[in-house]
Design a binder for this molecule. Structure first.
Ligand SMILES: Cc1ncc(COP(=O)(O)O)c(C=O)c1O
Length: 388
């Protein structure tokens, strides 16, 4: 592994040989339960047979095609995706990563509106690069929604937080229903921002890279807020580990782009292989009833984690929804202890996400995670707590 750049901390010294469902297997045959679904992507579980088969079939037919040519799978996937977003006459574009999809929404909404300012909610991640990754303060406004708790104002009433912003220069709001930090904004600030944006011609852009495809117990996180976005970015779970992302948009937004001189081109835009994967993932989520399952299993796991938090000196909070859960480490746990705990869990056979910056463990398992695995993880966490 000496030629692999280490730009995200320690890589554990265990060779993972293969993956199947919720499990990874190392070269010595040890099994690990993946409560992180890779990077929150293997929604159906790793190496899902139907997805593997779709990849093999499509790869033998056509993987990739130039901009000016058609292939039926791409249209089918676009239709499936816009339908999921409640935009049956809308349009979709397929890209490769979540960051690209978010950046695409931002660029397009700016071009359509002819404005530059973007709003994002405090606690959101957005992207690894581009304007959304950098979020320079001259173009991005962070909306701190924490003072909105208990707000009694009616929708449309004057609000000092909203009055700080000149909405006539705002292209749009990029909204995440939780994402990597698992901080779900409350309903009220979202409703107020939505109202203001609609009054001034700004757009609502939902970033569903992490929250989409069932992770929050709905197809998309924005559904919890009763919002209808103008554009929706999706990735991660939609490829089940294969790098495909997409932006779906309303017909109105699409017409504004198609009727202008805007051009956008990337090598892997609308690749047939990614689209074949998307179609198979959507079909499998439906047939395996995974959106509902994520809600049910998430409630089961989160109730038990809450009990653990009450009894354990290691953790001080469990937050999140469905299978997007965060265990906050207690302030008394040092960063070195936290890293050690994470490694111990791995050696015991449990992969959890670990964010040193947030001092927290993340639980974003495949939506297929068996109940018994949740119980076993809780036993492991309880025994670590006893030994602390
Ligand atoms: C909410 C959110 N948006 C965007 C991204 C970026 O996606 P990608 O890493 O595929 O570029 C991530 C990645 O973790 C994310 O959590």
């Amino acid at each position: 592994m000496e030629n692999i750049l280490r730009c995200y901390g320690e890589i554990y010294d265990v060779e993972i040989e293969r993956a199947a469902g919720c499990y990874l297997y190392d070269a010595a045959g040890h099994r690990y339960t993946d409560f992180e679904a890779g990077v929150w992507s293997a929604a159906l579980g790793h190496s899902h047979p139907a997805v593997t088969q779709a990849i093999c079939q499509q790869a033998g037919r056509i993987m990739h095609l130039g901009y000016r040519y058609q292939h039926a799978v791409v249209q089918e996937a676009a239709k499936a995706v816009v339908d999921l977003c409640g935009m049956p006459d809308g349009r979709a574009v397929f890209l490769s990563s979540g960051s690209e999809a978010v950046e695409f929404m931002v660029q397009m909404s700016r071009r359509i509106a002819g404005r530059n300012t973007m709003i994002y909610m405090q606690g959101t991640y957005l992207a690894a690069f581009g304007s959304a990754g950098a979020r320079s303060p001259d173009a991005w406004h962070e909306f701190d929604w924490t003072p909105c708790a208990g707000c009694q104002r009616e929708l449309g009433e004057d609000c000092p937080l909203l009055a700080r912003l000149d909405f006539s220069s705002v292209a749009g709001l990029v909204f995440e229903a939780g994402s990597s930090r698992v901080m779900m904004p409350t309903m009220k600030p979202l409703a107020c921002l939505n109202h203001k944006l609609r009054q001034h011609g700004g757009m609502v852009l939902a970033n569903e890279i992490t929250t989409g495809f069932g992770r929050t117990g709905r197809w998309f996180g924005y559904e919890h807020y009763g919002l209808q976005p103008d554009m929706v970015a999706m990735g991660k779970g939609m490829g089940n580990g294969y790098p495909v992302s997409a932006v779906a948009m309303t017909l109105k937004a699409a017409r504004a782009i198609e009727g202008s001189n805007v051009r956008y081109a990337q090598s892997h835009q609308n690749d047939a292989l990614g689209c074949a994967v998307v179609l198979k993932v959507i079909e499998a989520i439906r047939t395996e009833n995974l959106v509902e399952r994520a809600g049910q299993m998430g409630r089961y796991l989160s109730e038990r984690l809450q009990r653990l938090v009450e009894q354990s000196p290691l953790f001080c909070e469990c937050r999140g929804t469905a299978l997007m859960l965060m265990l906050q480490l207690a302030p008394g746990v040092s960063p070195e202890q936290a890293a050690e705990l994470h490694k111990n869990l791995f050696l015991k056979g449990y992969l959890l996400g670990y964010s040193p910056a947030l001092h927290a463990f993340r639980l974003f398992p495949p939506l297929t995670i068996p109940q018994q695995e949740c119980d076993d993880l809780l036993t492991a966490l309880s025994s670590l707590s006893l030994n602390y």
